[in-house]
Design a protein around this ligand. Sequence first.
Ligand code: ACO
Length: 436
Amino acid sequence: MTDTNANTKGFTLTDNSSNQSWDLPVLEGTAGPSVIDVRKLYAQTDCFTYDPGFTSTGSCESKITYIDGEEGILMHRGYSIEELAEKSDFMEVCYLLLHGELPNVAEKKTFENSITYHTMLHEQMMNFFRGFRRDSHPMAIMVGVVGAMSAFYHDSTDISDPHQRMVASHRLIAKMPTIAANAYKYSVGQPFVYPRNNLNYAENFLMMTFSVPAEDYVVNPVLARAMDRIFILHADHEQNASTSTVRIAGSSGANPFACIAAGIASLWGPAHGGANEAVLKMLQEIGHKDRIPEFIQRAKDKDDPFRLMGFGHRVYKNYDPRAAVMRTSCHEVLAELGVEDPLLELAMELEKVALSDPYFAEKKLFPNVDFYSGIILKAMNFPTSMFTVLFALARTVGWVAQWKEMIEDPNQKISRPRQLYTGNTGRKYPNLSDRS
Ligand code: ACO
């Protein structure tokens, strides 16, 4: 039997059965909770810590993104997400995440040029798309094609070379919109559209997704700005499931393309990036505001697996700041397109009912970034199957920045958690003929 006693500089862990105790140092960050350093715990005590789902575990040191879930604060490199979404653009945010500082004019131009001139895919990669079934989920295509990049770009897979790491980072950020647009084009049976260097990142993506060779395509600046803002809002979110997956994959020394493919696979799940797709399906299933109480009741019922999609977050116990920006953007896009989507009305009513319900208040469940993003994307004509793909596209920079930070961390080790074993032990092997 053990217990912990807090003191000002650290914790003392006491084993009550042997009366032994150990001092555990506490490390302070620049913001957020301190961490108890348990790195020597196993060697000293012969015990592991136990934390399935990592609810109390800091897995790394990072300088990239800070979240205060209680206050609903999200900052990249010290800048608030609200200010970045309002004043910055996605290319600048990418530079900030990768390099730690906002670029000056010359740095921004050089970075944008590098991204622009890496947007084309190796022509042979087009055959990969054609190998998939037409009805493949675009996330399945994305996992496969991004993983396959390591077979095409051998000159940026040496992770010990800083230049190759940077080239791989630029390639991933630059090619992801082309891959995402191709996955969409393939699913609707239209020809792939090549990137154009006179367009910016968001414009290029919209053009590659929605233009057809038969007619000219003019990018709507309001939609391009909204797309850019959606990318900013999804750019990074510290050690979430997909980012941790990228870090764990990368900790073994795997090449960056394989690591990002692993991140995409992790993002796909409905508890993570798949939630925006699930929100729209849920709103369509609810159908009318009269049915909201029924669905709220189901969300509260422990015997019903239904959860209110787009609600709740492991870290935010307050309104997700990205959801607030997304809601405003949603109104702007719908107004620009002249769309009156009953699903937006339904979503706002659902939010109101849920936030006034004691269950959601007590459990601190608020709308997360996915609650409104699906409605904007639907208005922009993206099919629901593309929602998570857009999330992956935008999150690529965060994954890449976190992967680079990990590789450059002198304390980096292969990630290898341990376990609490509760299975059988010491069994004697019975011959097949003796088994009943
Ligand atoms: N609807 C109803 N109840 C919920 C919801 C919800 N959306 N989310 C959490 N709860 C309840 C749980 O039932 C649990 O209740 P209990 O304490 O009585 O058992 C309590 O709130 C805590 O929930 P956990 O699942 O333990 O919290 P966790 O941090 O593990 O999960 C998660 C967070 C996965 C996001 C969860 O809130 C969820 O499933 N939400 C819906 C899916 C979603 O929107 N995901 C997107 C996340 S944001 C992103 O990835 C971009």
